[in-house]
Ligand binder design. Structure first.
Ligand SMILES: Cc1cc2nc3c(=O)[nH]c(=O)nc-3n(C[C@H](O)[C@H](O)[C@H](O)COP(=O)(O)OP(=O)(O)OC[C@H]3O[C@@H](n4cnc5c(N)ncnc54)[C@H](O)[C@@H]3O)c2cc1C
Length: 420
């Protein structure tokens, strides 16, 4: 199929230079579109900066999963739980949670997993070529992904996940406690068993955004840092221009890829973009002894461990917030405690960097990718929750197909932004 088939559009402004905005910029620029990306700061320094770097189609789960109702209620009362929802009077939170609860059913989950696995598998293949294509090293490594559980419930959960994604062509292998310990000597704590997904990979998240930026520029894209979108001039159901902190800009079409800021950005146009921030933290720390060979998911605590060159990244927790960047010592301690239950993490825990980011979470756990019904030249690409990095290039491919009027490679229905 000629991916440039259909009507060619030019002159697109993308608002937001995270991994999603930059993937769309790279995709469109490669396909001959004139692209300008604006970002209120430096591209790549939002949620795309310090994430775990996992490129793991095995984690194509939406946030709302069947059977989570009782768990969600318990989480509201436990600030140390891996997913915390602080109860507070907020219309956005109440309407978001209502939709979240409605999405917790088998039928919706199967549809979401299918859609998310497809874009994640496409992305994994695309990332394996990105360093070569752009001449910028993203530190792509294919060491698989190991889920390690220290309870029977956790082990059952890992196997359920393995069975679910294996139906979508993501292979996984069950491991007993003995096999797990022999395979990954860093697991010094007690374990019950685990699952290994051999085809998964990881990369350095900021380097991914830099590679995409370099690739987009090589194909003619312009990047404007320090340009914050304030509002838009609209006429007859179209955006005519956007006002930024550095002046007014015009284009034929606009892509909003503002991550967890999407609700506020949409509000400037009277749109309801139901995105809450899923706050998470990561640390860069010295290697532990023994240091992990593989990226590890510590199932019960939902802590993500990524070996890096000479250091280790430990990431975790998800707290639903609206634009709240405060740091909770209690939650960061629970990540360290979680890692210590599995690995030899010293009592004197030292880190060279502590980072927090807000994952852009849609209520049903599926991104919003498509044109809005209110403005015919406004395209949304947001809401990628816990898997924005691993699914960015597939999301961009879908965005490119829809914007260029080509036959979409993926079914666009699950991603329709007008479903809310
Ligand atoms: C602890 C943690 C670990 C994670 N691990 C993984 C992982 O291993 N794999 C994975 O796939 N995902 C992971 N994620 C999720 C992933 O980081 C996100 O899904 C992804 O970064 C979202 O990208 P984005 O481009 O939508 O948002 P962002 O990266 O936040 O980009 C949005 C951009 O919009 C800009 N912007 C906002 N408002 C405006 C405005 N008004 N004007 C102009 N610009 C604006 C911002 O400056 C920002 O650069 C993790 C997240 C966290 C917090």
């Amino acid at each position: 199929m000629n991916i440039n088939s259909g009507q060619k559009k030019s002159d697109i402004i993308i608002v937001g230079g995270g991994v999603i905005g930059m993937s769309v910029a790279y995709e469109l620029a490669k396909r001959g579109v004139g692209v300008t990306v604006i970002d209120k700061g430096e591209p790549g320094f939002g949620c795309s900066y310090g994430n775990a770097g996992w490129l793991t189609p095995c984690f194509s789960m939406p946030l709302p999963m069947p059977g989570m109702l009782l768990k969600s209620i318990k989480w509201m009362t436990d600030p140390e739980s891996p997913l915390y929802i602080q109860p507070r009077p907020s219309w956005l939170l109440i309407s978001w949670l209502t939709r979240f609860l409605f999405a917790m059913n088998e039928k919706q989950m199967v549809k979401s997993v299918t859609a998310l696995t497809e874009i994640s598998q496409y992305s994994l293949a695309a990332y394996s070529k990105l360093s070569g294509e752009t001449g910028h090293d993203i530190h792509f490594e294919k060491k698989g992904l190991l889920m390690a559980a220290n309870t029977k419930d956790g082990f059952d959960y890992a196997q359920t996940e393995m069975n679910l994604v294996s139906e979508h062509g993501v292979p996984g292998r069950r491991m007993s406690a003995e096999e797990l310990k022999a395979f990954e000597p860093a697991l010094t704590g007690p374990v019950v068993g685990g699952v290994y997904f051999p085809d998964e990979a990881h990369a350095e998240p900021l380097e991914v955004v830099r590679a995409l930026t370099k690739g987009a520029i090589a194909h003619g894209a312009k990047i404007l840092s320090g340009h914050e979108l304030i509002d838009c001039e609209t006429r007859d159901g179209k955006i005519v221009s956007i006002r930024t902190t550095k002046g007014v800009l015009r284009a034929d079409e606009y892509v909003f890829a503002a991550g967890s800021w999407s609700t506020g950005v949409g509000r400037a146009l009277g749109l309801n973009v139901p995105i809450l921030g899923g706050k998470g933290y990561s640390f860069i720390t010295k290697p532990v002894n023994p240091n992990p060979i593989h990226p590890l998911m510590l199932v019960e605590k939902k802590v993500a461990i990524t070996p890096r060159n000479g250091t280790l990244r430990i990431a975790g927790t998800l707290e639903l917030v609206n634009n709240d960047y405060s740091i909770s010592p209690r939650r960061i301690d629970s990540i360290i405690k979680g890692a210590r239950a599995f690995m030899n993490v010293p009592e004197e825990f030292e880190f060279s960097e502590l980072w927090r980011g807000l994952r852009p979470c849609s209520p049903d756990g599926v991104p919003l990718i498509g044109y809005t019904k209110q403005y015919s030249n406004l395209f949304l690409a947001t809401g990628h929750q816990m898997l924005g990095l691993q699914s960015a290039m597939g999301s961009a491919r879908l965005a490119g197909d829809l914007i260029l009027g080509a036959k979409p490679l993926f079914d666009p229905k699950p991603f329709n932004p007008n479903r809310f």
